[in-house]
Design a protein around this ligand. Structure first.
Ligand SMILES: C[S@@+](CC[C@H](N)C(=O)[O-])C[C@H]1O[C@@H](n2cnc3c(N)ncnc32)[C@H](O)[C@@H]1O
Length: 232
């Protein structure tokens, strides 16, 4: 039984439906937003002395696979899942599975060293988020990492973009505090919250250093909440 949903309907025009006039001023290229996330993850892994080439990665709610396509080769293995089979339609080049239950991932336990959820949880009804994250914990290996990327509800521009974006009709944004609690539900100890996407692409390309100084200021357009799975 598939639980989806509206994303099957959005899938054929997904790239157009995530655009809005304000988002376009920031960047017209979806890959820019994925690149920023991959950059942030790489910096985190390198600070922790971890090599992605030794890691099995799962991207939950991978959608059309933009991040998997960008970063997959840097991992020992890279897999994705999504409840929307239509979103996965363009992912024949990737290792993907349809997720038939909204809170149950289609994988055996103890499979992954890194699980990412990129702009997924604001589409999961609040009452189901905890169960989904508990299942993320099930598929993680001890010491594995979870990284939640989300829109930052404290940023007024983000809220405006979300309110104008058809794909976000059902969105219920979550604070970084809630993301930290959800990491706990996955059995993880939160280790870092980082805010990013302060500057539009053109400025970022010239003055990205400024953003790196602001990672703790909770006003970036998005944030990453990262935790380590702790079985002890
Ligand atoms: C805004 S899209 C993001 C897609 C992709 N992560 C990206 O960043 O391009 C949200 C995705 O979350 C998926 N999704 C919704 N509910 C989900 C759930 N319960 N478990 C996993 N994925 C879910 C949707 O099908 C959709 O593909």
């Amino acid at each position: 039984m598939s639980t989806t949903t509206e994303f099957d309907e959005y899938a054929p025009q997904y790239d157009d439906l995530v655009r809005s006039p304000i988002r376009d001023k920031f960047s017209t290229d979806s890959v820019f937003f994925a690149e920023r996330k991959w950059q942030l993850l790489q910096q985190y892994l390198s600070r922790r002395g971890l090599d992605s080439h030794d890691m099995a990665w799962l991207d939950v709610g991978c959608g059309t696979g933009t991040l998997l396509r960008l970063a997959g080769e840097a991992f020992q293995s890279a897999a994705g899942c999504d409840p929307s089979s239509e979103m996965l339609e363009t992912c024949e080049d990737l290792q993907i599975s349809v997720q038939t239950e909204s809170t149950r991932l289609p994988f055996d336990a103890d499979q992954f060293d890194l699980v990412t959820l990129v702009c997924v949880l604001h589409h999961v009804v609040p009452g189901e988020r905890r169960a989904l994250m508990q299942d993320v914990g099930r598929v993680l290996r001890p010491g594995g990492l979870v990284c939640i990327f989300e829109h930052n509800p404290l940023n007024p521009v983000t809220r405006l973009v979300v309110s104008q974006t058809p794909v976000d009709r059902d969105a219920v944004l979550l604070s970084s505090g809630e993301a930290r609690r959800l990491l706990g539900d996955a059995g993880c100890v939160p280790s870092r919250v980082e805010y990013f996407l302060y500057l539009p692409e053109s400025l970022y390309r010239r003055a990205g250093r400024i953003e790196r100084l602001a990672t703790r200021v909770p006003l970036g357009g998005q944030y990453a909440a990262i935790g380590t799975y702790d079985v002890g």
